[in-house]
Design a protein around this ligand. Structure first.
Ligand code: MN
Length: 320
């Protein structure tokens, strides 16, 4: 087995002027980084991280993946400390390293990796986001998470601390496996099942599949930058078709029928990504919910009191 076709594409979406996502499609390394931070901070952070993923040191695949992510973290953190205009910037990273039939992942933040195998799609990474943590701890339903006002708050990122906690895991791949790495601009706009359907429909042409995913996210709102990197696992003897070439990052008007990019949409508020430590974020998110629960209770109590008085009044009028 070996790496088959691969491609990557990125689009700013319909509501943001900048594209703060960066991506790598450089077999055997594939990655997506989604930057955040004021001014140009987000772009700088994601580019610094992506450019750190070149050469891996020694060790097992997981050790090398962690070393690459730590190096990326160090570069973003140091630049952020040196450059006042980039202070506070950060980035997510989701990285895959393919060796023989093993795909090893390193992951920090809320970009995602998926595996489409035959008819099923599986999310391989856990989001390091406030809402994902609340869902995992049972405090929020997946439906509530989708519309939660703090859904862009992530709890782990590169560049905010000298060291970063990296999730790593390995997948034993099969011929025909389709791996997808993407930024939250894709997954906040379309469901996993839609991703699976689009890929199934366009599977003959990987570039078309990647573009179709971006287009689908734009049609569903395009609220954030959208980045898709995908690769296949092929038969050892298979030829890698010519459409493996990397696509350039699309410009603002590069997405065919999305000429209406930004027109009339500038006034729509977008939620900016920010990093908050898990404990603080959970406390902040829990407060408004608690308060509204108290308000509901108070309301119910008032209604009960009013009813009691009414009943007492009626009783008094009728029988006394
Ligand atoms: Mn994003």
């Amino acid at each position: 087995m070996r790496i088959g076709r691969s491609t990557g594409v990125s689009h700013p979406g319909r509501k943001r002027r900048r594209n703060e996502d960066s991506w790598v499609c450089d077999p055997p390394i594939f990655a997506v980084a989604d930057g955040m931070g004021g001014a140009k901070g987000g772009e700088i952070a994601s580019r610094l991280a992506a450019s750190a993923l070149g050469s891996a040191a020694d060790g097992s695949a997981e050790e090398r993946v962690v070393a690459l992510v730590q190096e990326a973290n160090r570069r973003v953190y140091e630049r952020s400390a040196e450059d006042a205009s980039a202070s506070g910037m950060g980035t997510t990273i989701t990285l895959a390293l393919v060796e023989d039939d093993i795909v090893t992942f390193g992951h920090v933040g809320d970009s995602r990796a998926y595996l489409i195998r035959e008819e099923t799609i599986e999310q391989l990474t856990d989001d390091h986001s406030l809402v994902a943590e609340l869902v995992r701890s049972g405090k929020l339903s997946p439906e509530e998470a989708e519309i939660h006002p703090q859904r862009s708050v992530i709890t782990r990122a590169l560049g905010t601390d000298p060291d970063v906690d990296v999730d790593t895991f390995s997948i034993e791949s099969q011929v025909g496996d389709f791996f997808l790495i993407c930024s939250d601009g894709l997954t906040s706009m379309i469901d996993d099942d839609v991703i699976r359907e689009v890929v199934a429909r366009k599977r003959d042409d990987l570039n078309a599949a990647a573009r179709a995913l971006v287009e689908k996210a734009n049609r569903s709102g395009g609220e954030d930058n959208i980045t898709v990197v995908c690769f296949e696992i092929a038969e050892e003897s298979a030829d890698v078709p010519a459409d493996t070439a990397q696509l350039p990052v699309l410009d603002q008007n590069g997405a065919g029928d999305d000429e209406d990019t930004l027109s009339g949409l500038e006034s729509v508020p977008t939620v900016d990504t920010m990093v908050v430590p898990p404990a603080e974020a959970q406390a902040a998110a829990a407060q408004p919910r608690k308060r509204s629960r108290w308000l509901t209770l108070l309301g119910v109590l008032l209604v009960v009191l009013v009813l009691l008085f009414a009943a007492a009044g009626l009783y008094w009028a009728l029988y006394l």
